[in-house]
Design a protein around this ligand. Structure first.
Ligand code: GDP
Ligand code: IMO
Ligand code: MG
Length: 421
């Protein structure tokens, strides 16, 4: 059996949570492989809305096993808040959620370091979610991190050592760290965490596969935020690309099956950093208003622009995408015309490559303009009902991207999803 991977092809917030929830009935296991509570994955069904941050989006379906993998970074305080809210709404987390021993812990001082690093960068700040993601992965790579499995074994000494290193660093940076209250809450949350099924997730997942069980891996963030391939340094601190599922779960590359690449019919970005097709005009505002483009975690305004096929082709190449999923086309339902960036003009030269120095060069997007479909598609149930101009838009994208679009989402609800034949 192979594992399928679903991941974002843009700058995050493509609608991963919604589609993982929709696809979960096809699988036995759903697993997160990277990122942490910087993610905000929204699900809507039966008139209710949920935002998940560390817990996989398969948790609401019928009894699938959900795994937080070794590549994830976990904040016990935020985990507890999220998990308690789910337990209150009747989700059996003790039975359906498992956590890797090797997932790294976000310490209270990681959050302080995240904020201090941003302050030190001044106007060049990344615009992080402030959840301590960068500093936690930094400690992982520099071999100073603490892992979930550590909480069962001589934890206090390990914690104190790590915390004191952070405090020294913060003081060096001119900060005056005060986190007694947060620390008490954090230590208390560890007791809650201990009651979960903490596992060797790499063995568990491979055993599932050997037993012919199916696994869906849920990406967080998006390909253009990948630490290697995104618009560095304006990226997150993990590998958001498909290869991240291998290292973040202990799955060998030859076990990857379908790769679902998910994108919005336009483009958004939150935080700083390059965004070649960003719109600063009324059209950008209209997309933001109709699409409710405000961060699920931070509430920050998302920057909006036209779809960028140069960046999308790059993302499809990096991930080996086998199927595309298009989200939020309903946001464009009332538009007379829709634009798609098909190339970049840099220094008078046309290119279809995403440049290394994307932050430093001036990129002029080359647009193709397509007619809008001018139809409310939010109640459409099957592709037979697609307006002709929408069919043409899909054909145009498939032709450019050389990959089939197999699912189209026309609204936030679970039911507003069209699987194409
Ligand atoms: P994720 O981080 O990739 O899971 O995406 P987010 O949840 O951060 O952002 C996606 C937003 O769009 C959420 O508010 C969803 O409820 C909403 N959404 C998802 N799919 C659709 C869609 O097809 N149409 C519309 N209008 N909204 C959608
Ligand atoms: P989901 O999973 C959108 C962005 C931040 C910032 C950069 C680095 O919901 O798609 P970090 O806190 O990770 O160090 O911030 O990455 N970012 C996201 N943008 N969606 C996300 O997650 C994001 N997670 C991080 O805004 O620009
Ligand atoms: Mg999100």
């Amino acid at each position: 059996m192979k594992v399928d991977v679903l991941l974002g092809l843009q700058w995050g917030d493509e609608g991963k949570g919604k589609v993982v929830d929709v696809l979960t009935p096809r699988y036995d296991v759903v697993a997160r492989f990277q990122g942490g509570p910087n993610a905000g994955h929204t699900l809507e069904f039966e008139g209710k809305k949920y935002v998940l941050r560390s817990i996989p989006s398969g948790i609401f379906q019928q009894g699938q096993t959900n795994i937080i993998g070794n590549g994830v970074v976990l904040d016990p305080v935020l985990f507890r808040e999220e998990a308690e809210a789910l337990e209150k709404s009747g989700v059996d987390l003790r039975k359906n959620l498992k956590i890797s021993k090797k997932a790294h812990l976000i310490l209270p001082t990681h959050r302080l370091l995240d904020a201090a690093n941003e302050r030190a960068k001044g106007s060049a700040k990344i615009g992080t979610t402030g959840k301590g993601i960068g500093p936690t992965y930094t400690d992982k790579i520099s071999r100073n991190g603490l892992r979930v499995g550590d909480i069962f074994n001589d934890f206090e000494a390990k914690y104190t050592k790590a915390r004191d290193l952070h405090v020294a660093r913060l003081k060096q940076m001119g900060e005056n760290p005060d986190f007694a209250e947060l620390e008490a809450k954090w230590l208390d949350s560890l007791e809650y965490l201990r009651k979960f099924d903490i596992i060797d997730s790499e063995y568990e997942i491979n055993n599932y596969l050997n037993d012919n069980k199916s696994v869906l891996c849920e990406g967080a963030q998006g390909t253009m935020l990948d630490v290697d391939f995104g618009s560095y340094p304006f990226v997150t601190s993990s590998n958001t690309v498909c290869a991240g599922a291998c290292s973040g779960l202990g799955v060998a590359p030859n076990r990857i099956g379908e790769v679902f690449g998910i994108f919005k019919a336009y483009c958004t970005r939150v935080g700083s950093g390059p965004f070649p097709t960003e719109l600063f005009d009324e059209t950008g505002k209209k997309i933001r208003d109709i699409g409710h483009e405000y961060g699920a975690v931070t509430g920050r305004e998302r920057r909006c622009g036209w779809i960028d096929l140069v960046a999308l082709k790059y993302a499809i190449m990096l991930n080996g995408v086998t199927q595309l999923i298009m989200m939020k086309s309903d946001v464009l339902d009332s538009f007379d015309e829709i634009k798609a960036c098909v190339a970049y003009e840099i220094d008078g030269k046309i290119t279809d490559r995403f440049p290394f120095d994307v932050e430093d060069v001036e990129i002029k997007p080359v647009y193709k303009t397509l007619p809008g479909w001018k139809t409310d598609m939010t109640a459409i149930k099957s592709e037979d009902e697609f307006p002709a101009a929408f069919v043409d838009y899909i054909k145009f994208l498939e032709n450019e991207l050389k990959t089939p679009i197999t699912i189209v989402s026309v609204g936030p609800d679970r039911a507003q999803t069209i699987v194409r034949k």
